[in-house]
Design a protein around this ligand. Structure first.
Ligand SMILES: O=C(O)C(=O)C[C@]1(C(=O)O)C=C[C@@H](O)C=C1
Length: 307
C-alpha cells in the first residue's frame, strides 16, 4: 500500500485534506512534523506523495510550503483540494474559559482567529505549535491550557473536550491543499485544470509586466501571483504563478515556452484538475484548433507550400 506524507500529528486539517485527496486509492497516511520534512520524504522516495497546505483565503499563502517546493529536487502537484476551515477550542475537562492562560495552535490558524481570541480570551498568551493538532497534543500533555484545533482533532485526543466550536473570524474561510509527488506521468487534461510554476525574472524595467503579458496575450487566466524572496540575494524574488489550463493545452505550452525564454529559471510545479472543477474559458483565438491551424500555416510557408 503506498504511503502518503502529511503535516501531522493526526488530527490536522492537512490530514483531513490528504484523506480526501487519496480517497480513490488505498494509502497509508504518515505524519511528519513539518511540511519540509514531508517533502524531503517524497524526494527521497520514502513515501509516494505528500499532502501540503498552500494557501488560505484569510491568511494567504503558506510560506513554508512555497519555499520547500522550490528548494532541492523538483516536485509536482497532481491533485488539489479545498477545505472549509473553522476551529474548535479544545481544553482538558473541567477547564473554564476564564481560567485559560495559554492557548496554542499553528500560526496560520492563530491568524485566522485573531479577532475571536482578542474578544474571548483577551488575557491568554498565544503560543505557536507546528500544527493545530500539535497544539491539541500539547494541551493533552498539560503544556498549555487550550488549543485552537481542527474539529477532527477531538477524535484523536479523546482526553480533551470542546469548549467552543465553529470559531472563525471569517465565516467561509477555505484552505487549498495540493498532493505533490516526484515528477512522472502528468495527470490527464480535463478542461478544468490549473498549472503552477515558479519563475525568477531579471530586475529590469517591465520584466514582470512582460511575463504576465505572455499569459494574457494567449487568453490565459492568472488565478494567483505571489512573490517570495530569494533568500541569499536581497531584493530578488521568485514569482509563484497559478493559471487556468494544462501544460498539454497548446496555449499553455506556448506560454511556457515564452516564459522559459524570458526567465532565468522556471520551475514547473504541476498541471492538475482544479478542486472546484470550473472549466477554463478559452477564447476562440487561443483554442486548440486555432493553435493547430496557425502552426500548420507556418509549416506550409516554411515548406514553400504557400505563396
Ligand atoms: O495545522 C494544521 O491543522 C494544518 O493542517 C496547517 C494549516 C495551514 O498551514 O494553514 C492548514 C489549514 C488551516 O488553515 C490552518 C493550519
Amino acid at each position: 500500500m503506498p504511503q502518503i506524507a502529511y503535516l501531522g500529528p493526526a488530527g490536522t486539517f492537512t490530514e483531513q485534506a490528504t484523506r480526501s485527496l487519496t480517497g480513490d486509492f488505498d494509502a497509508e497516511l504518515v505524519p511528519f512534523e513539518t511540511v519540509p520534512l514531508a517533502l524531503t520524504a517524497v524526494r527521497r522516495g520514502e513515501v509516494l506523495a505528500a499532502g501540503v497546505p498552500v494557501e488560505n483565503s484569510v491568511e494567504g499563502s503558506v510560506p513554508a510550503t512555497l519555499d520547500a517546493l522550490t528548494t532541492d529536487e523538483p516536485l509536482v502537484a497532481v491533485q488539489e483540494a479545498l477545505l472549509p476551515v473553522q476551529f474548535d477550542l479544545l481544553v482538558r475537562p473541567g477547564t473554564e474559559q476564564s481560567a485559560i492562560r495559554t492557548v496554542a495552535s499553528h500560526p496560520h490558524a492563530l491568524a485566522q482567529v485573531r479577532d475571536w481570541l482578542a474578544a474571548n480570551l483577551p488575557g491568554a498568551e498565544v503560543r505557536a505549535t507546528s500544527s493545530t493538532a500539535a497544539g491539541a497534543a500539547a494541551v493533552a500533555a498539560g503544556e498549555f491550557d487550550a488549543a485552537i484545533s481542527a474539529p477532527v482533532a477531538l477524535e484523536h485526543y479523546p482526553s480533551l473536550e470542546r469548549l467552543v466550536g465553529g470559531i472563525a473570524d471569517v465565516r467561509d474561510a477555505v484552505t487549498r491543499f495540493l498532493l505533490v509527488r516526484r515528477p512522472g506521468k502528468l495527470p490527464e487534461p480535463t478542461g478544468a485544470d490549473r498549472t503552477s510554476v515558479c519563475a525568477v525574472i531579471g530586475d529590469e524595467v517591465g520584466s514582470l509586466a512582460e511575463l504576465l503579458a505572455e499569459l494574457s496575450l494567449r487568453g490565459i487566466n492568472l488565478s494567483r501571483i505571489e512573490s517570495r524572496p530569494i533568500k541569499d540575494r536581497f531584493g530578488e524574488y521568485r514569482f509563484f504563478l497559478d493559471f487556468d489550463g494544462h501544460v498539454a493545452d497548446a496555449r499553455i505550452g506556448d506560454a511556457l515556452t515564452a516564459l522559459r525564454r524570458r526567465c532565468s529559471t522556471v520551475r514547473f510545479l504541476g498541471s492538475y484538475p482544479k478542486a472546484d472543477r470550473t472549466p477554463a474559458s478559452v477564447r476562440e483565438t487561443a483554442s486548440e484548433q486555432a493553435f493547430r491551424l496557425s502552426a500548420q500555416w507556418v509549416e506550409d510557408v516554411r515548406a514553400g507550400r504557400l505563396a
